[in-house]
Structures are given as structure tokens and as C-alpha cells.
Design a protein around this ligand. Structure first.
Ligand code: SF4
Length: 193
């Protein structure tokens, strides 16, 4: 039944024209991962060029870096799903406007409700602004757990920022290690099976 709901969600979302990004997209990028209950939902900013072409989230160089990181920290493919604040590519990879994000967030909320993660990872400032605090400063907030509406949220660098500035790589690694340890802890305590 859940899969039927997800298929209906995808079909509706792919037709979305709720904001101007629909005019320039190649396709709507729903996310990447299995649409089952997952403990960790990673949220980025928006699709880039490769994502827009292939229709999947985080398949470019930043996604490859993230995959490597998830694999090296022993995350199973069933442990995570990855999506973005907006589901259509902003032209030139600019940051989505607040209006575009507000138009798109109901889709992400539906995914959160369906995937029922315990942990949300905000990849970069844009995700942290829309999921934690509009005035967030990512340099200060990264690596610090926040609790919101029953979710444990960890802001960290976007992998694309790490590609631009390799000095941030160890921070991203450390933060994702925290996610790994928190997930192990939740499972040990029987809070997430
Ligand atoms: S970005 Fe979101 S709200 Fe805007 S058209 Fe795409 S799916 Fe719809």
C-alpha cells in the first residue's frame, strides 16, 4: 500500500508547476534511495546539472563523494534516503529563493512523513535554513545536534562545498560519523529498529 502511495506521490510531483523552476527544469528530481522507512534522511539544496539530466538526487561529483562517505561509515542502502529542499534545478545552480523553497517544501514534508526517519542531516546552509532556522550560520551550527518536532537534526557541510574547499572534508567526515554513532545508539536503545 505504501508503495502505491509513493508511486502516486511521484506521479503527481513530476507534474508540479507550483513555482517558476518548472520552466527551466529538464525533470523533477524526487530523491534517491528506496522509498521505505529509513532512519536517516539527508537533505541538500536542489538538483544540479547531472541530477536534472538523470532525474536522481546526488548523482554528480558531490553525490559520489557522499556515497563513498556513507559506504565507508558502514551505512546500508536501506539506512538512508536523500532529497533536496527544491525538486527542480535552479538555473545556474543558484540558491533557491525562499518563495521557491516554500512552494516545494510540502513535497519534502510528505516524504518525511512517509519515510519516518529519526535523523535528518542538513547538507549545507540552505537545507539548515529551511529545516532549522532561517538565520542559521552553518559555520557555527555544523556538527551540533538540534531537536525539532521529534527529529534529531544535524547540520553539516554540503559535499559540493567540500569539493570546492577540501579543508572542510574532515568536518563532513566527523559529522557523518556522529550520525553513524547516533544511529547505533538509537538501535541499541531499541528506539529505532
Ligand atoms: S521546485 Fe518544487 S514547487 Fe517548484 S515546480 Fe519543482 S517540484 Fe514544483
Amino acid at each position: 500500500m505504501e508503495e502505491d502511495n509513493w508511486s502516486r506521490f511521484e506521479a503527481t510531483c513530476r507534474q508540479c508547476r507550483k513555482c517558476p523552476l518548472c520552466e527551466t527544469r529538464t525533470q523533477v528530481v524526487i530523491g534517491r534511495g528506496e522509498p521505505h522507512r529509513v532512519p536517516v534522511l539527508l537533505v541538500g539544496e536542489g538538483p544540479g546539472e547531472q541530477e536534472d539530466l538523470q532525474g536522481k538526487a546526488f548523482v554528480g561529483r558531490a553525490g559520489q563523494l557522499l556515497d563513498l562517505l556513507l559506504e565507508s561509515l558502514r551505512f546500508e542502502p536501506t539506512d538512508w534516503y536523500i532529497a533536496n529542499i527544491v525538486k527542480c534545478r535552479p538555473p545556474g545552480n543558484r540558491e533557491p529563493s525562499d518563495e521557491e523553497a516554500a512552494a516545494c517544501l510540502p513535497w519534502l514534508r510528505w516524504q518525511v512523513k512517509t519515510l519516518r526517519p529519526a535523523i535528518l542531516v542538513c547538507l549545507g546552509r540552505t537545507a539548515a535554513r529551511h529545516l532549522v532556522d532561517k538565520d542559521i550560520r552553518i559555520t557555527a551550527a555544523r556538527g551540533q545536534w538540534v531537536e525539532r518536532q521529534g527529529f534529531l537534526i544535524l547540520p553539516t557541510w554540503h559535499p559540493a562545498a567540500v569539493l570546492r574547499d577540501p579543508a572542510k572534508k574532515s568536518d563532513l567526515w566527523l559529522d557523518m560519523e556522529k550520525v553513524r554513532l547516533k544511529l547505533d545508539e538509537l538501535r541499541r536503545e531499541g528506539k529505532y529498529v
